[in-house]
Structures are given as structure tokens and as C-alpha cells.
Design a binder for this molecule. Structure first.
Ligand code: NDP
Ligand code: 2IT
Length: 487
């Protein structure tokens, strides 16, 4: 290259660098000036909450989830004045965006039905929006906002790059034919497909959404988007689903429980475990517990609870699995088949004797009285498969009694973790063996436990898993948000 051209290029590079540096410096100095000229105070959780209550008065579940998190991160948050200067707390509590839409579909009788559909994209600071879809008659904005908020911290804990989201509908698959479920799923995705994608927002299952529903939604998504990159997790094995994804939430919860028990040198063998629910999370929690020699003394559905004091057998669990997934029956039929006790219209906690409780049905299913009953009969650990199953009063009781108490965002993170592993396999266009995925799941759950211990250990050695999970989950999202500017 001729010497003049070389000099010309060098001068150009220097000018370019100088210009970029000046612009960058100007931007930073300007921001600092603006920030310094304002008088920022410390974040007060009570004030933040009062303001959110004023703005979203009809969203009790959302406010409940926010209160739990912001009160436990308040001190840590205030150690970093830059967080408050950038009003991080409000940007973290209020979802990035919410889609809501009408879903019209035709039932088997030819009648037109209308449901509401939603997708809450809460936060994508550390990765694409990620979280399940719930189909249940109780679904509303408050419930989905709480779930998307929780998901953001849970996903942060998983060590994988996933932001937080949740979606769903007040459509209930209960009592619907296969064809009705399919038509509903197709109508739901016809509205939502433009907002999701393998690198933007990746839905999965939750209450009322299992392999069947994910299959129907993914099929319609693929047809409309004309791509096959895996914009759903929990897919069938034949079309990109990961081995161990169906088992992951339940297995992961038991792995987390084992880590908690290990801190006190307690063996799981022969421990009596009360489980609520009889869906995806509950059945695979039970399966892993049986493999480890524990006794599963209860399972339930929204109509009632079965009680088997000596523990259900693997054959009985297989029956429940078929009853729920193939015949779509009620848990009462188990009691009729095996002649065990059945508590109509009741949850397990008041009547079932157990060492360990693993709530795996829905939010706020353990209230203060349930918690006191569990403690009174000697319960030593509660590990949450469901999202926010314990009310604030129940959590207070567990923490005051210093039992092992794992909040859902830590204990049930195995499901979304293997969803993250499914995304990784889809990107690589490879599929890993069950043993490989299970080993990674165990590592992730152990790491989540480690993070909870790191941020939640108190002076007397007690591990406050609520604080640990909230602070650890929060710090990663906070750092990512700070690095990316005010968006
Ligand atoms: P399923 O739909 O497979 O099962 C839900 C179970 O809970 C069913 O037995 C259902 O009974 C019962 N249930 C649902 N709503 C209520 C209610 N309002 N009152 C009493 N019982 C109820 O859902 P999952 O197992 O997937 O989800 C269970 C919980 O785990 C939820 O809180 C979910 O958010 C959470 N979770 C799920 C993950 C996943 O990977 N699937 C991951 C992490 C958390 P019925 O059949 O009568 O409705
Ligand atoms: O609450 C949850 O973590 C889930 N329902 C699973 C989400 C997912 O994307 O796998």
C-alpha cells in the first residue's frame, strides 16, 4: 500500500476514535450532570408499594408478589445509590409491555365462545422474554403480572440467559374436547404469534397447558411464522422438545429439597411428604420422591385431597398419571379405586400428617392457619413447586419457626431451567441425552441453592431462602439493566 494511503487511513482512524470518544464522554458527563443536579433519596419499599397500589388497585396478587420482593431487597438496593438515581425499582416492577386480546373460537356445539388472552413481557435485560402460558378460568391481569414478575427473578437465578414473561387465558381446558382445545389454541396463537419468537419471547406450559396444548400452539405458530426455530419449550420430543422437560420442575424441586435437608444432615428416606395438586409438577415431584424412598401421603385437585398415610406406591402414581393425562378424571376416582381417605373440597394442609410439604397446585393455597397446622404437627420443610403458594402470613410463620422454607422462584426453577436447555439444544440443532439434561438440572439447582445461601444466610446460620433468592435474582437483573441504560 502506498505511504500516502497509509497516512490517510491512519488520520481517519484517529479522527473517528476521537469523535466517538468525545460523543461518549459528552453523553456520560451530561448524564452525570443531570443526575447530580437532582436530589435523590433512598428507595423506601413502603412508598414504592403505596404508589403501585394507587396505580394498580385491582391487582392483589401482583402487589403481593412485588411487596415480598421489594421489602427483602430494600437494604441491598440502597447500597447502590445509582439504582435509585436511575429509578430501577419502578422499571423492574412495571412490565415492559402487556398484550391483551380477545380469542374467539367455535365449540363442538357450533356456538361462538370468547375468551381473553394475554402476554406480559416483563423484563428482557438478561435474555429473551421467557415464561409459561396458563389456561384457567381464574386467569386475569393481576395473576399473570405476578407470575411474569416472579419469573424474571426465577429466570435470573437459573444461571441461563432468560428474561421474564407470562401469558395465558381465562379459557379452561377442563371438560373441553380435544378439538375444542385445538381450536382454542390455534385462535390464541393467531393473535399472539407476531409478538413471540425464538430470540424475542419463548412461551411454555403452566396450569392447564401441557404437552398437548404446547403442541397445538407451536403447530399454529410454525404455520403462521413459516419458521421452525423452537419458539416454545415443552414441545414433543419428535419436534425439538428436550428430554426431562416434563419431569424438570418436580425433579428440580426435589433436588433443591435435598440440598436444603443436607444443610441439617437430614435424610429424605422414609420422610412423609404432603403434595398438593396432581398435575405436571405434582406427579413428577412424587415420582422422584418415590425413587428416593420418601413416602408421598397426599395429592389433590381443585375438588379435594386424597390421604394415604403409608404413602402411595409407584403403581398408584401411574394410575394418577393416566387418570389426569389420558382420562382427564378427578382425584376422587383414585380414592374410589384404592379405598383411601378423600377430603372433599379440602386442601391437604390441615388434616394430613407430614414431615415435608411440597405445594404444587396454585397461588395462595397455604394460608396462615394451614401454616400453623403444618408446624404444629412437626413439619420441618416446605419446598414450593407452585408459584407463590404460601400467603405472606404463612411465610411469616415458616420463617419465625426457622424451618427450611424454599420459595417457588428458587425451588421450582428447574422447569424453566430445562426450558433454557431446550432452547440451547434447538439453537444447536442437537438433542442431549436424558442423563446429560438431568445432570445439568442437578448442577443448576445446586447453584441456585448456593446463591440463596450466599445472599440469605443470617448471623445465626439460618438460611433465609426468601431473602437469598430475591437478592441474588435481583442483583443480576439490576446490573444488566444498569449496563444497558434507561430503556
Ligand atoms: P397442571 O395444570 O398440570 O396441574 C395443576 C394442578 O393444580 C391440578 O391438579 C389442578 O387441579 C390443581 N389446581 C389448579 N388450580 C387450582 C386451584 N385454584 N385450586 C386448587 N387446585 C388447583 O399445572 P402445573 O403442574 O404445571 O402447575 C402447578 C403449579 O406449578 C402452578 O403454580 C404453576 O405456576 C407452577 N409451575 C409450573 C411449572 C411447569 O413447568 N409446569 C414450572 C414452575 C412452576 P384441577 O385439575 O382440578 O384443576
Ligand atoms: O412458572 C414457570 O416457571 C413455568 N411455568 C415454566 C416456564 C418455562 O418457560 O418453562
Amino acid at each position: 500500500m502506498c505511504i500516502f494511503v497509509k497516512i490517510y487511513l491512519l488520520v481517519n482512524i484517529i479522527c473517528y476514535k476521537f469523535a466517538a470518544f468525545s460523543i461518549c464522554n459528552f453523553h456520560i458527563e451530561n448524564t452525570q450532570l443531570i443526575v447530580k443536579s437532582l436530589n435523590y433519596s433512598q428507595m423506601k419499599a413502603t412508598d414504592v408499594l403505596a404508589d403501585l397500589k394507587r396505580r394498580f388497585p385491582n391487582e392483589p396478587e401482583y402487589l403481593q408478589a412485588v411487596e415480598e420482593v421489594i421489602t427483602s431487597i430494600e437494604d441491598t438496593y440502597n447500597e447502590y445509590p445509582e439504582f435509585e438515581r436511575y429509578n430501577l425499582i419502578e422499571r423492574l416492577c412495571i412490565p415492559d409491555r402487556i398484550y391483551s386480546f380477545r380469542v374467539s373460537w367455535v365449540d363442538d356445539a357450533g356456538k361462538v365462545q370468547n375468551n381473553m388472552g394475554y402476554r406480559i413481557q416483563h423484563n428482557n435485560a438478561i435474555g429473551p422474554y421467557k415464561g409459561g402460558i396458563r389456561f384457567h378460568s381464574s386467569v386475569n391481569l393481576s395473576i399473570l403480572k405476578f407470575l411474569a414478575f416472579e419469573q424474571t427473578f426465577k429466570n435470573s437465578l437459573t444461571t441461563l440467559a432468560m428474561g421474564g414473561a407470562k401469558g395465558g387465558s381465562d379459557f379452561s381446558p377442563r371438560g373441553k374436547s380435544d378439538m375444542e382445545v385445538m381450536r382454542f389454541c390455534q385462535a390464541f396463537i393467531t393473535e399472539l404469534w407476531r409478538q413471540i419468537g425464538a430470540d424475542t419471547d419463548v412461551p411454555a406450559g403452566d396450569i392447564g397447558v401441557g404437552g398437548r396444548e404446547v403442541g397445538y400452539m407451536y403447530g399454529m405458530y410454525k404455520k403462521l411464522a413459516r419458521e421452525n426455530t423452537g419458539t416454545f419449550t415443552g414441545k414433543g420430543r419428535e419436534f425439538g422438545g428436550s428430554l426431562i422437560r416434563p419431569e424438570a420442575t418436580g425433579y428440580g424441586n426435589v433436588y433443591f429439597l435435598l440440598s436444603m435437608l443436607a444443610t441439617r444432615g437430614i435424610d429424605i428416606k422414609d420422610k412423609k411428604v404432603a403434595i398438593s395438586g396432581s398435575g405436571n409438577v405434582a406427579t413428577y415431584t412424587a415420582e422422584k420422591l418415590l425413587q428416593l424412598g420418601a413416602k408421598v401421603v397426599s395429592m389433590s385437585d381443585s375438588d379435594g385431597t386424597i390421604y394415604v398415610p403409608d404413602g402411595i406406591t409407584q403403581e398408584q402414581l401411574d394410575y394418577i398419571f393416566k387418570l389426569k393425562n389420558i382420562y382427564r378424571g378427578r382425584i376422587r376416582e383414585f380414592a374410589e379405586e384404592y379405598g383411601c381417605e378423600y377430603f372433599e373440597g379440602e386442601r391437604p394442609w390441615l388434616r394430613v400428617k407430614c414431615d415435608i410439604a411440597m405445594p404444587s397446585a396454585t397461588q395462595n393455597e397455604i394460608d396462615g392457619d394451614d401454616a400453623r397446622a403444618l408446624l404444629a404437627q412437626g413439619c420441618i420443610a416446605v419446598s414450593e413447586g407452585a408459584n407463590m403458594p404460601s400467603t405472606p402470613e404463612a411465610i411469616k410463620e415458616f420463617l419465625a419457626a426457622r424451618i427450611l422454607y424454599a420459595p417457588g422462584k428458587a425451588a421450582n426453577a428447574g422447569g424453566v431451567s430445562v426450558s433454557g436447555l431446550e432452547m440451547a439444544q434447538n439453537s444447536q440443532k442437537l438433542s442431549w441425552s436424558a442423563a446429560e439434561v438431568d445432570a445439568k438440572l442437578k448442577d443448576i439447582m445446586a447453584e441456585i441453592h448456593h446463591q440463596c445461601e450466599l445472599f440469605g444466610k443470617e448471623a445465626d446460620g439460618y438460611i433465609n431462602y426468601v431473602k437469598g433468592a430475591n437478592v441474588a435474582g435481583f442483583m443480576k437483573v439490576a446490573r444488566a439493566m444498569m449496563a444497558q441504560g434507561i430503556l
